[in-house]
Design a protein around this ligand. Sequence first.
Ligand code: NAG
Ligand code: NAG
Ligand code: NAG
Ligand code: NAG
Ligand code: NAG
Length: 592
Amino acid sequence: MLKSILLISLVLTSLSQYLWNPPDVISKGPELIIKPLNELPTSLFWGNINGKNYLTVSRNQHIPEYCGACWAFATASTLSDRFKILRNAQWPDINISPQVLLSCDMIDRGCFGGRPLNAYEYIFNNGITDETCLAYQARGRTNGLDCEKLGPCYTCDYNGNCYTPDNYLLYNVTGYQRIVGVEQMVNALQSGPIACGLDSTPDFHAYKGGIFNDTTNSMRLTHFVSLVGYGVENGVDYWIGKNSWGTYWGEGGFFKIVKGRNNLGVENECSYPTPDPNIRRVHNKNSKSYEEIVPLSKSLFLESEKQSQQKFEPLKHKTCRVPQSNYHGKERITSPRAQDTITTVPISWDWRNISNINYLSWTRNQHIPQYCGSCWAHGPTSSLADRINIMTNNSFPQLSLSPQVVINCNGGGSCDGGDSFAVYEFGHKHGIPDDTCQQYIAKNPLVTECSDIQICMDCVPPSPMPGQKSNCSAVKNPKLWYVGDYGHIAGANSMKAEIYKNGPISCGISVTSDFEAYTGGIFSQVTLFPQINHEVSVVGWGVNNGVEYWIGRNSWGTAWGINGFFYIRMYRDNLAIETDCDWGIPDLDRSR
Ligand SMILES: *[C@@H]1O[C@H](CO)[C@@H](O)[C@H](O)[C@H]1NC(C)=O
Ligand SMILES: *[C@@H]1O[C@H](CO)[C@@H](O)[C@H](O)[C@H]1NC(C)=O
Ligand SMILES: *[C@@H]1O[C@H](CO)[C@@H](O)[C@H](O)[C@H]1NC(C)=O
Ligand SMILES: *[C@@H]1O[C@H](CO)[C@@H](O)[C@H](O)[C@H]1NC(C)=O
Ligand SMILES: *[C@@H]1O[C@H](CO)[C@@H](O)[C@H](O)[C@H]1NC(C)=O
């Protein structure tokens, strides 16, 4: 009898009531050590600790469809940020995948709600991958995207086969704690962001800036966010929150709310995970699965120079970038080129680590959720985002630029390939928003019209069931990032000058099957008739035992190469990487 009542009440339970139930799991691992509040700093913001930003990139849970995934984003954000703190913001940022939680965590309810404490327990038992292994698709196990369909990591080739990479990285937590009330929250924030529940009232939805102060006393637990700091302004104490509703919400995606009044119930249920410094590399080649621990402290660089095996197998990837000789896009040059002004450069230069600062934006995988030949859009958008980070001294917030908007607007091509130079022209004429306006879906639009909704969008409840579509509309006047000057470049010395002065550039390369199979070391392969068929970004150079090499960024996910990056021998025009490059200079004054 009691059992059936429980069952019925469980079925009838609405989402918010479900969230009121005590969590199934509370805490694991070392307990929080509590210090009196007067011994702790009176303000703290993880976006700016002595000038360094420890917060990973902002996200939007409501695109490309509405999904009640706040709990997965709050979990992924606190864990990603805490990894960044643990690693002192060194390259690379780790962006934990909320999609794994939506599809694989069986305690929570996918797009219909969940809680971070359950999610940490899932991660503790299973580990979790990053965004380039399982990209956000705004669907979960309760509305059409099962874990079995995806696994924790996959990528796709141009035949439409999706498969688990030979090896990929798995992240874990060593424990997690539930915390309640100001004293515990402030103490927990000393080690990094915390995930907190609150009531997302209509006023909170409409928040535009300032210190939010609810006067309705509404405290239902309907939403989860990450708290990333606290402070005091004109005598008013506040928390600083990171939401997952895009940068067009609130203050660039962030908010302030009064502290010490349990406003919106924000002090009722908080929690934080402790990241495991032992990152595992899962090998699953020839169905023999084993794991290896990759120590974070050790450089991922492999010393040996690998000789290419010259296998010339069929390529897994199709041509995604046309050689520029086909187009001859016109440059825009209003001030002297770096190659004409810079006469000497250092023997090594690496934008992943200039005086211990990593200036690079996040790593991408162009081939998920399905194959898409959009390298031509990824190379330039990542180089431009990196350059904006450089121009702003890597200050908060961390930026990404949307390759999907460039595809939606035919700013150079489609998933069937394109012209990277045109992306800089597009950035100059139209501007490019960040990824929270348009999720990368690896698809051509049905109609390429560059309409408002194809540039920036938002979707409203409910989370759609299988076969249903979400209710989405355009967000007007989003923040756009513009390009000023842009040009072509070729030759090692000119490339070095440009990279040194202004930041990463994007380059066409002639990909071979050996390059596709690259796992580390300095790659070297000179082919007889190189054909530019792919676009990458070049972020620096170095020298190892007298061998000079480029440091390249690919867009094939972190499972490929060295965390998605590669080293390739300089000067002999390996894979034609010194032949056909482009650059653009962000115009911050014009960027609204
Ligand atoms: C840039 O940020 C670093 C800390 O990350 C700081 O030491 C340096 O002074 C800043 N430089 C400028 C020009 O603001
Ligand atoms: C995660 O770490 C915990 C504690 O170190 C360990 O017990 C657990 O097996 C790990 N999980 C995975 C999937 O490796
Ligand atoms: C917030 O609103 C309450 C009334 O509900 C008021 O008493 C309090 O002073 C306000 N706090 C701030 C900081 O405005
Ligand atoms: C970054 O470069 C500095 C030298 O500028 C070096 O001491 C440090 O070990 C490097 N960090 C990493 C993670 O390689
Ligand atoms: C879609 O959402 C808008 C509010 O953004 C609402 O006015 C409209 O009625 C909704 N349409 C449907 C079909 O639910």
